[in-house]
Design a protein around this ligand. Structure first.
Ligand code: MN
Ligand code: MN
Length: 493
């Protein structure tokens, strides 16, 4: 037997494989990453921020090439946007795309609270907004914490207005109340699912009625009444001074939005907290929506920072609606990515069509870049310690996801896993081969299965996350950095 054969496998710690320069690079990368998390709290904002960054780095709109019937030569950097909520970044490789492309796909939607179509109402002196939660959340985590409102509304004629409240230092924040422990005897015996009900996730928007100084001057100290209205006032006048009316007036004055416009809007309530270093040694990043913006950002940067022209065309695809099953025309189950690939194939050779697209898809390698659960010492019972991902042990590969008997999983082939491991080991990148949680206690899915439907080789991999789907998720900076390096090694291979 050869002397240097290591019989046993122990994953390496991502911190201990760093040299001094790489540590500096890691720290700079994570500062950029945190800034991205603060700038991009919705799928629309993620698309906008990344497209702008790409444009600055010399990426052009794919549509410009298609409209001008201009061939994208090797090294051409392109982007494409799907309805403002999903996007792809491409570097054209030297090879014929029919020989296969290197693709990576992450998602940029995250669990949150959406406004209902008619959200605003008044109750007991408060203007509140009704929400409908999006994705898998623990509802009790969204109360008694500062929240922000992000969204867009398309006014008459399609004029777009963006709203962002709760992010600037000087901004107010929004809030959902929780019950004080003193009166929570009944609440505290409920289970986690019903501790806070979905219809209790009502956001406090405002509490000050319309202030009518002229009316007050005429009638003296009439506004000192508890309901803020004058004695003997007519009913219509009373409702004119309501808190709901006051908040609608504020929104109209600032954004030109009326109540009916909420129906042509997409308003999302997200945590107002900024990304922060976690731990005295600053080794972890805490922030909202690291599932899956950590893979989206590392994937994007792996393409952006690529120095050489790759042999194969490299594509980083960022999808929407993953958290609700990848449905809809911006989700990974839509034909948008397939159409994009068809454009790329026929741009390479105008005589190419569907047959060549099918061949290209079958020959394509795809990393389904999504997070996994990191081992949590506070909840050891949910993990098989032999197979769970540990934070700081590098990028985590999930051969399969799904639940119970691998239901809903795209089970990666050992041929492909072998290829990916070899690609990473050439660059000495730490990795771990894992699965999420013990068998039969839950599970989850990614976009892997939908990409596999197109005939590609697919493997799930990404950064292990603590407190996943909570308003403040935690990752290891070592994993963020090594995942970026792993994606780059794959993309250029
Ligand atoms: Mn995810
Ligand atoms: Mn998720």
């Amino acid at each position: 037997m050869e002397e240097n054969i290591k019989l046993e496998y122990e994953p390496r710690n991502g911190w201990t494989c760093l040299d001094e320069n790489t540590l500096k690079e890691l720290e700079a990368f994570c500062e950029d990453y945190k800034r991205f998390l603060d700038d991009a709290k919705t799928e629309r904002e993620s698309t906008e921020v990344l497209v702008n960054t790409a444009k600055e780095a010399g990426f052009s709109d794919l549509n410009d090439y298609l409209c001008a019937k201009k061939k994208a030569l090797p090294g051409t950097k392109l982007y494409a946007v799907n309805r403002g909520k999903s996007c792809a970044f491409i570097i054209i490789g030297k090879n014929d795309p029919v020989l296969g492309m290197n693709m990576l796909g992450a998602h940029i939607d995250a669990p949150r609270l959406d406004f209902k179509p008619k959200p605003i109402y008044e109750d007991s002196g408060y203007a509140l907004a009704k929400t409908h939660y999006y994705g898998g959340i623990k509802k009790y985590q969204w109360v008694a914490t500062p929240l922000a409102l992000h969204g867009v509304v398309f006014l008459e004629g399609g004029r777009k207005v963006s709203v962002r409240i709760g992010e600037d230092e000087s901004d107010p924040v929004l809030y959902i109340t929780d019950l004080l422990p003193h009166l929570a005897q009944d609440q505290m015996v409920k289970n986690g699912y019903s501790l806070i009900g979905a219809e209790q996730l009502n956001v406090t928007l405002a509490s000050r009625p319309v202030l009518d100084f002229e009316q007050c001057d005429k009638d003296g100290a009439c506004c000192s009444n508890s309901d803020g209205c004058c004695e003997g006032e007519k009913k219509e006048e009373k409702s004119d001074k309501s808190v709901k009316k006051a908040v609608l007036k504020l929104l109209y004055d600032k954004y030109g939005i009326c109540e009916k416009d909420f129906f042509r809007a997409e308003f999302e309530i997200v945590p107002a907290a900024k990304a922060k270093d976690v731990g005295i040694d600053r080794a972890l990043v805490g922030a909202y929506a690291q599932d899956d913006r950590v893979c989206a950002y590392t994937g994007f940067r792996s393409l952006l920072d690529l120095k050489e022209i790759p042999e194969k065309t490299a594509v980083v695809y960022l999808s929407d609606k993953e958290e609700i099953g990848s449905v809809g025309n911006t989700g990974a189950r839509s034909c948008w990515l397939e159409n994009l690939c068809l454009e790329l194939v026929s741009n390479y050779d105008p005589s190419y069509g569907m047959l060549e697209l099918r061949r290209a898809m079958t020959a394509t390698k795809f990393l389904s870049a999504d997070v996994t659960a990191a081992f949590d010492p506070n909840f050891p019972e949910v993990s098989d310690k032999l197979n769970v991902a540990f934070a700081s042990n590098g990028i985590s590969f999930n051969k399969y996801t799904g639940s119970h008997g691998k239901s809903g999983a795209s089970d990666a082939s050992p041929e492909f896993i072998s290829y990916v491991i070899d690609t990473l080991e050439k660059e000495n990148i730490p990795w771990q081969l894992t699965e999420m949680g013990k068998v039969d206690i839950g599970g989850g899915g990614t976009i892997a299965q939908f990409m596999a439907d197109l005939g590609m080789e697919v493997l799930d991999c990404g950064v292990p996350v603590l407190s996943m789907h909570s308003p403040f998720e935690v990752t290891s900076k070592a994993d963020v950095y090594w995942t970026y390096r792993a994606y780059m090694a794959f993309i250029k291979a």
